[in-house]
Design a protein around this ligand. Sequence first.
Ligand code: PLP
Length: 387
Amino acid sequence: MKRATRLVHAGRDSAAQQGMVNPPVYHASTVLFESLDALEQASKNPFEGMYYGRNGTPVQFAFEQAVAEMEGAFGAVTTCSGLAAITAALMSGAEQGAHFLVTDNVYGPTRKLCDGLLRRLGVTTEYFDPTISADALEQRITADTRVLFLEAPGSLTFEISDVPALAEVAHRHDVVVMADNTWATPLYFDALAHGVDISIHAATKYLVGHADAMLGVINCVEAQYLRVRKTAAGMGYCAGPDDIYLGLRGLRTLGQRLPVHEANARALADWLADQAGVARVLHPARADHPQHALFARDFTGSSGLFSVVLEPVDRSRLAAMLDHLELFGMGFSWGGYESLVLAVNPETMRSATAWQAAGPTLRIHAGLEDVDDLVADLDAGLRRLRG
Ligand SMILES: *Cc1c(COP(=O)(O)O)cnc(C)c1O
């Protein structure tokens, strides 16, 4: 079946819920067992069926089934945020003395986790240029390398890595390949088909899609599934059933929302590229992106998030632009229905490569508004920027 059809039907079982289209939201801690036998039987596999609220309720299992089916995963694990999903995945590969290879354009809090908690636990993280060749990556793999962590594109600077080539090298050395696939969603990058073993999503973004819940989900190949499940459960991670419900509900319309985010972002990026005051547009679907060929080969679409580098400008002029936008909100996160803009500082979040930009970098999330109105808002903003 085609993706649009699977998005609508994956993880549904109306017969098991009195004919209702959507699963019930049970608020649960205790699950009662009928007998000592039943309790002992359930304890043999506490990750299957209803066991304890922390281990999952029907809406969680429906969400996991649906997400796993979209990405062709053996199983999915839900967490209370995208960062918790990243933490659970990385902790599943952590042990004293382990060496992790992590892309230099990784999400900031992922870097903080590696350089903080994981370092204290005895894990060494080595960062590498996201555009590294497979040969150069192979040179960095040691007998202790356990994890290769990718993020393509990076969510501030939008470099694309050669995921299949890097994954192939990693697998040759028994290194587990993890990727933060939040930007592309399961719709636009088939992570597991490109060699990723553990595909991580901040479901907070496009899966929830309405800026109203925190949620994470980890899609795993069979060999990694139980390890990740047990790691997340062992750390006590669980998401609230109402938030999971919002994730599942958001998933059903992802196929309609994402193409609108995509088209609006493409139009804004192309328009911005021609404006005075804009030095560079960072959008992998544009032909002028340095890794556009990789993007065109591996991705089936682009989402609504991209960046622009401005010409050098006074902070006061930048504030004049940003403080008075009418439609673009300023704040963290993205993937909701509304447009956002954020001044970002990629130079403070990398160590293996230097970020080259003379002026400020703005990250833009194209929402579902009419694109003409978004252009008019940015146009007025750029006029204020230029003074
Ligand atoms: C937002 C984000 C996360 C973290 O998700 P939260 O739900 O906010 O914890 C992880 N990776 C990327 C690329 C993100 O943009």
